[in-house]
Design a protein around this ligand. Structure first.
Ligand code: FAD
Length: 423
């Protein structure tokens, strides 16, 4: 449909589609290796689900990791958030209140994150086109020649030596001809969530409510049709506001009518949840909703079929790989389709590992970054969290730049080289 008669916007060394936690890290990593890098981003800011979805808490750290023990881009980011007093730093939380499910988590203020990501890409010399959507790709002989973008300047083309798909939906990979999987064996996807923040919460009063009472309040709220989750999932942020992760909306993101309706349902659920909290949850009597996420957060979308697919078994048996680029003790965490609870499974060895080959595909000059990586369904449910996405993004950016330097197609690049670049 599109060909090279479409006006050329520019040629860069590396173009990154999507500036979420994976995409911004990929861009910075490639720029640090002296490549000219362009991010194409639909929103008006970076961060993706971390900012637009208002997730507010980095997960995906590894056993024993602290704020101070980080390396690479995640280290830089946490230091900057700390300087802005905008993160709790890495602390242990217990998923579903289960002692064995303790994991490292770092809350952050999403507005501070937007500002810091701007600062980080600017410092690295990365160019960003906001308000711009990649709509398809021109591909020949399993190599991408250019991507087609659309913004208020019209429809244009971007050429690059290496293309990074950090779009979460794997939209570039699919446009280039990669296969994908969606959902579990029955096509069922995890529910989405519309996040919101509240102010004027009496934090001390809320924290003093015993766990058993919180559980009872949650169950009462579910029975009353006000809540969608059997736990009170509201946490304080460094700026004193509380963010709440309690709406649950079933949605197939590839069905645009359903996806649009889901945004409306998410906001409606927030109205019911926040009213219930005000009426029934100690500490929230005077709470006001200050903001809702710009978009329904989606836990699931396409998983691209890559050169290696991380299996559920790999995760559960803590399989190691020579080209591991991210390791984490975050368990498989599948939110059931009805939203009420999560299935949690820890790897036998306490942690799981992701090889670089999950980011490589049959397309010579394409590398995946973030949660569109090649995994089975349950394996995805532990790989998708943000510290892991940043590590995958950093690996993708290094591979993109280094593969250009050594003259090897990025889909033949040896991922064992990546760790030597990360400090
Ligand atoms: C409700 C919910 C709760 C979660 N809770 C946590 C949590 O507590 N902790 C945690 O660590 N993780 C959590 N996660 C998971 C985590 O937030 C995401 O998996 C992670 O942010 C994904 O990062 P990403 O960069 O791969 O994708 P995204 O953050 O989704 O970024 C993709 C980017 O690409 C852009 N884009 C997409 N298509 C195009 C296009 N065609 N053209 C231009 N731009 C495009 C998007 O605008 C977006 O900015 C949660 C997710 C959800 C939905």
């Amino acid at each position: 449909m599109f060909d090279e008669s479409v006006p050329l916007y520019k040629h860069v060394d590396v173009v990154v589609i999507g500036g979420g936690t994976a995409g911004f890290a990929a861009a910075i990593a490639a720029a640090k290796l002296n490549k000219q890098v362009l991010i194409i981003e639909d929103h008006a800011y970076l961060g993706g689900t971390a900012t637009a979805g208002m997730v507010c808490q980095f997960l995906g750290f590894n056993k024993g990791e602290t704020t101070e023990s980080q390396v690479g881009i995640l280290d830089d980011l946490l230091k900057r958030l700390t300087a802005y007093h905008a993160t709790s730093g890495v602390q242990t939380i217990y998923l579903s209140g289960i002692k064995e499910m303790g994991v490292g988590a770092a809350t952050y203020n999403p507005d501070a994150l937007k500002l810091i990501l701007d600062e980080m890409v600017t410092a690295a010399g990365v160019e960003v086109l906001f308000h711009t959507r990649m709509i398809t790709a021109i591909t020949e002989d399993e190599k991408i020649k250019s991507v087609i973008i659309h913004n208020l300047s019209g429809i244009q083309r971007v050429e690059a030596d290496v293309f990074i798909d950090a779009s979460f939906h794997g939209s570039l990979a699919v446009a280039a001809g990669c296969d994908y999987k969606l959902g579990d064996d029955d096509g069922v996807l995890q529910p989405g969530t519309m996040m919101y923040r509240s102010d004027h919460v009496d934090a001390a009063e809320y924290h003093d409510v015993p766990r058993s009472e919180k559980k009872q309040l949650a169950n009462q709220g579910v029975a009353a049709g006000a809540l969608n989750v059997g736990n009170l999932l509201s946490r304080s942020l460094p700026d004193g506001t509380f963010y709440t992760n309690m709406s649950r909306v079933k949605v197939d993101p590839l069905d645009q009518e359903a996806y649009s309706q889901a945004e409306i349902t998410g906001r409606k659920q927030i109205s019911l949840i926040s009213q219930y909290f005000k009426q029934s949850v100690p500490g929230f009597e005077n709470a006001i909703v200050t903001d809702t996420a710009d978009q329904l957060g989606l836990r699931d979308s396409r998983r691209i079929v890559g050169l290696y697919t991380l299996t559920n078994q790999d995760v559960l048996t803590s399989q190691t790989f020579p080209d591991t680029v991210a390791s984490s003790d975050y368990p498989i965490d599948v939110h059931d389709a009805n939203g009420l609870s999560s299935v949690l499974k820890k790897p036998a060895g306490g942690q799981f590992h992701i090889p670089f080959r999950c980011l490589q595909t049959k397309i010579a000059n394409l590398v995946l970054a973030g949660r569109c990586l090649s995994t089975e369904y349950e394996a995805h449910a532990c790989a998708r969290v943000m510290a892991t996405c940043m590590r995958l993004g950093e690996a993708a950016g290094i591979a993109a730049a280094d593969s250009i330097n050594i003259g090897i197609p990025v889909n033949q690049y040896d991922g064992q080289r990546i760790k030597t670049f990360i400090q």
